[in-house]
Design a binder for this molecule. Structure first.
Ligand code: PMP
Length: 402
């Protein structure tokens, strides 16, 4: 037998056509992708370093600036999912040994804490039960104590269904020379966020939630304070791929007349992202926020009518901020009803209704079930479908059956 002969045959599965079921994606993401965005992603590929592509990237940058409500020049989309943006933020602004303060009231803070620990930061966690929130006073005291260079908050804590108030934290961070990093992967387009007005130094999101693009691109923006820190480092960031000195050049944000090859961007992903940002721009942020709020309120009422209990209390009074809504309109968490196995309910709903809902994540596993109605999926008719499926599961999955 010659060295060049093939000894591993073509796999059987590869000789069968691809099958992808049609499903209602009513979990915390990915969400269903509208035909217009799917079609954009299906357009012919062009080279990633061609002027037409630069123009599309420039459009994406403007679309993100609108969605984030920022004028930051350093606004790009990271090639990767939400986690890529998390690593990009932390790797670029933090150096080994520096102090970082992270709110952990669900899984996302814990993930950022682990990312920061892996690159050698001195991580301080502000630990709370899933769905609990932090007062401005608590944050200020922790910042005074730990003197962090970076403070992290998840705006949309999707594992708990919490939409955390942001007002005031930016001022506290500025006063103490700390950068304010906010995760809006699950909330962008669904709940108001104003990067510049709320003095957020670094903001990121993902493509696959309320933006309704396929997973795989992650918008991120850095203001001048963040740029000042990340471009005056003593050490190089631990990651070559996420190094903003390279990414800012690739995205035409560094003032240089030429762009050097760094990596091959996800061309189809950028087409789809551009289309989803275009839909948001056409619709308008305010209308998108209003719609999410309206449909979420309709869903809450329907859930309560089914006898289900929402995991997050609807409103709390925060010192100096007034009455604040705490529920995340894009992802609703329900306490698991007594006498039911949540896994069985979710399997039942998938099998009989072709609908994806999920359980908790990280610390909220076993505490909640999660329903997401985001962007394109955010319609009362879809809330009705989800409620119908839940009612059916409640009828058929009771543990103490006779
Ligand atoms: N942050 C939040 C709030 C999220 O909901 C998610 C996705 N569930 C992520 C970060 C991570 O994003 P990805 O799964 O795209 O890496």
């Amino acid at each position: 037998r010659s060295m060049s002969s093939v000894s591993i045959p073509p796999p059987e599965c590869m000789l069968r056509p691809l099958e992808v079921p049609l499903r209602y994606l009513f979990g915390p993401g990915p969400s269903n992708v509208p035909p217009r965005v799917l079609a954009a992603g299906g357009r012919p590929i062009i080279g990633h370093l061609q002027p037409e592509m630069y123009e599309i990237m420039s459009d994406i940058k403007k679309g993100i600036q609108y969605a984030f409500q920022t004028e930051n020049n350093m606004t790009i989309s990271v090639s990767g999912s939400g986690h890529a943006a998390m690593e990009c933020a932390v790797f670029n602004v933090v150096e080994p040994g520096e102090s970082v303060l992270i709110t952990v009231n669900g899984i996302w803070g814990e993930r950022v804490a682990e990312i920061a620990e892996r690159m050698g930061a001195n991580v301080h966690r502000l630990l709370k039960a899933p769905g609990e929130y932090y007062t401005n006073k608590e944050i200020e005291q922790a910042i005074e104590k730990h003197k962090p260079v970076l403070f992290f908050l998840a705006h949309g804590e999707s594992s708990a269904g919490l939409c955390h108030p942001v007002d005031g934290f930016g001022d506290i961070c500025r006063k103490h020379n700390c950068l304010f990093l906010v995760d809006t992967v699950a909330s962008l387009g669904a709940a108001p966020i104003f990067m510049d007005k709320q003095k957020i130094d670094i903001l990121y999101t993902g493509s696959q939630k309320a933006l309704n693009a396929p997973p795989g691109t992650a918008p991120i923006s850095f203001n001048d304070r963040a740029c000042n820190k990340m471009f005056n480092r003593k050490t190089k960031p631990v990651s070559y791929f996420f190094d903003m000195t390279h990414l800012s050049n690739y995205w035409g944000c560094d003032g240089s007349p030429t762009r050097a090859y760094h990596h091959t961007g996800p061309v189809s992903g950028f087409f789809a992202l551009r289309e989803s940002l275009a839909i948001l721009a056409e619709r308008g942020l305010e209308e998108s926020w209003r719609k999410h709020k309206e449909v979420a309120a309709y869903l809450y009422k329907g859930l309560e009518d089914l006898g289900l209990k929402l995991f997050i209390p609807d409103k709390v009074r925060q010192l100096k901020i007034g009455l604040k809504e705490l529920r995340l309109p894009s992802v609703t968490t329900i306490s698991i009803p007594e006498g039911y196995d949540w896994r069985e309910m979710l399997t039942y709903i998938m099998k009989n209704h072709h609908m994806e809902m999920t359980g908790g994540l990280g610390p909220s596993v076993g505490m909640v079930m999660r329903i997401g109605l985001m962007g394109y999926n955010c319609e009362k008719t879809n809330a009705d479908k989800a409620l119908h499926a839940l009612a059916d599961a409640l009828k058929n999955c009771k543990k103490s059956k006779p």
